[in-house]
Ligand binder design. Structure first.
Ligand SMILES: Cc1ncc(COP(=O)(O)O)c(C=O)c1O
Length: 418
């Protein structure tokens, strides 16, 4: 049974005040809050077995190494990977994508080759490909949004795949629109055209059950900090055969087996991609975060966020002067817990500032998705609230109250639709 009030008690920060008001945290798409179990795991590590992994033959180094590997096993199982060796720890989604761009793509993408992304990508799934295209003389193509400005244009997918891209790199869930993309269908088609497929799961893994084998993607990336774990730990999953073939990303300790004055031999995967001292406590705490989410159940997480999103869309639909982006409530099965909105005539930074005074933390800006927000939605910025397991209807009620305050301050008189 999903009990949001019980879950809330696990998050110490939710007892805090912001500007004298109880904190209403609605920016989990940027980073999630952390439950006590995760915070304690970090503290436990430093109190009891802080040591560098792999190299130490003493007890606490062995304990740290075992826990770090145990965490990879948990993550592998959580996303349906076959083996823990397919889990590479990075700093975040951004680094995971850059790793692929600098290794697999560097080797496999040449002048004139096509790379395919979509118009709803986060900058971290745009800029590495612009950089690669410039380096190699490759062509970066985009799957366009449909007329609804919320989902991908289906015909556009086929049209772009006909160009036989070497790589299709797509988001699983948009951090602005909340749209959940049918990456399984795209991967199936892309493979028929001989492309490899990278899925950006930064906004999906924290919020829904994911099975990389079922999606049949070649690469899958996400960030620990958006799923209850600390900052600075991210994941790259890739199929074993790809990891075996890929050249290393960074050179240094741990990624080698032997080093001579003029040469070196590589370590096995996953260590081949983890040069230097890693974020050991972060990795261990990510395993604890996975345990926490599994205990709640990812279907329950998804159902809770669906209900909150529906409640939000319903409440917002009764207010004039508020434009809401993304799919309508009928399409809730294709919509995650992200609601971007605009109060007509008020800059989102002013909206977020007034919300802040009311204790409500939301995001305002281009959300690291300028090609979408500025070019397609034609907005310089948007306000965005995003939900997680600890949000409840009362949080949304506070948003509605805060919108009324914004409208009053900016003398936008009409509040309720007739
Ligand atoms: C869809 C998506 N991809 C990638 C990222 C980048 O994540 P990170 O900053 O953790 O690398 C984000 C962050 O908001 C995101 O929402």
């Amino acid at each position: 049974m999903f009990d949001v009030e019980k879950i809330r008690r696990d998050f110490p920060i939710l007892g805090k005040k912001m500007n004298g008001k109880s904190l209403v945290y609605l920016d989990s798409a940027a980073t999630s809050q952390k439950p006590r179990k995760v915070i304690n795991a970090i503290s436990r590590y430093y109190r009891n077995y802080n040591a560098n992994t792999h190299s130490g033959v003493y007890k606490i180094a062995e304990e740290a190494t075992e826990d770090y590997i145990r965490s990879k096993k948990k993550v592998a199982k959580f996303i349906g990977a076959s083996e823990w060796e397919e889990i590479i720890y990075t700093r975040n989604t951004t680094e995971s994508i850059n790793l692929v761009a600098r290794t697999w793509a560097e080797q496999n993408i040449q002048k004139g080759d096509h790379i395919l992304i979509t118009e709803m990508e986060h900058h971290s799934n745009v800029v590495p490909w612009i950089m690669l295209a410039k380096r190699k003389g490759a062509v970066l193509d985009y799957i366009k949004l449909g007329d609804d400005k919320a989902s991908l244009d289906e015909a556009g997918v086929d049209e772009q795949l006909a160009k036989r891209p070497k790589l299709v790199s797509i988001t699983h869930c948009s951090n602005v629109l909340g749209t959940i993309v049918d990456v399984k269908a795209i991967a199936e088609k892309a493979h028929k055209f001989g492309a490899k497929v990278l899925v950006d799961g930064a906004q999906s893994v924290p919020h829904m059950g994911v099975d990389v084998k079922n999606l049949d993607c070649d690469f899958f990336v996400f960030s620990g900090h958006k799923m209850l774990a600390p900052m600075g730990i991210g994941v790259l999953y890739a199929k074993r055969e790809l990891l075996e073939e890929m050249p290393p990303f960074l050179g240094g300790g741990d990624m080698i087996r032997t080093v001579l004055q003029q040469d070196f031999t590589l370590n096995d995967i996953p260590w081949k991609f983890e040069a230097g001292t890693q974020h050991i406590d972060g990795g261990i705490a990510l395993g604890v975060a996975v345990d926490y989410l599994k205990k709640i159940g990812m279907e329950n997480v998804r159902e809770h966020e669906k209900a909150l999103t529906l409640y939000t869309l319903e409440r917002l639909s009764k207010i004039t002067g508020v434009e809401v982006f993304g799919l309508p409530s009928q399409d809730i099965d294709r919509r995650g817990g992200v609601v971007a909105f605009d109060i007509t005539g008020v800059h989102p930074h002013d909206v977020a500032t007034i919300f802040d005074q009311e204790g409500v933390a939301i995001r305002a800006g281009h959300h690291c998705a300028m090609p979408l927000v500025v070019d397609i939605l034609k907005k310089p910025a948007l306000s965005r609230m995003s939900f997680y397991i600890y949000n409840n209807e009362s949080d949304i009620d506070k948003v509605i109250e805060a919108i009324a305050i914004v409208k009053k301050k900016f003398k936008i008189s009409d509040t309720l639709k007739p």
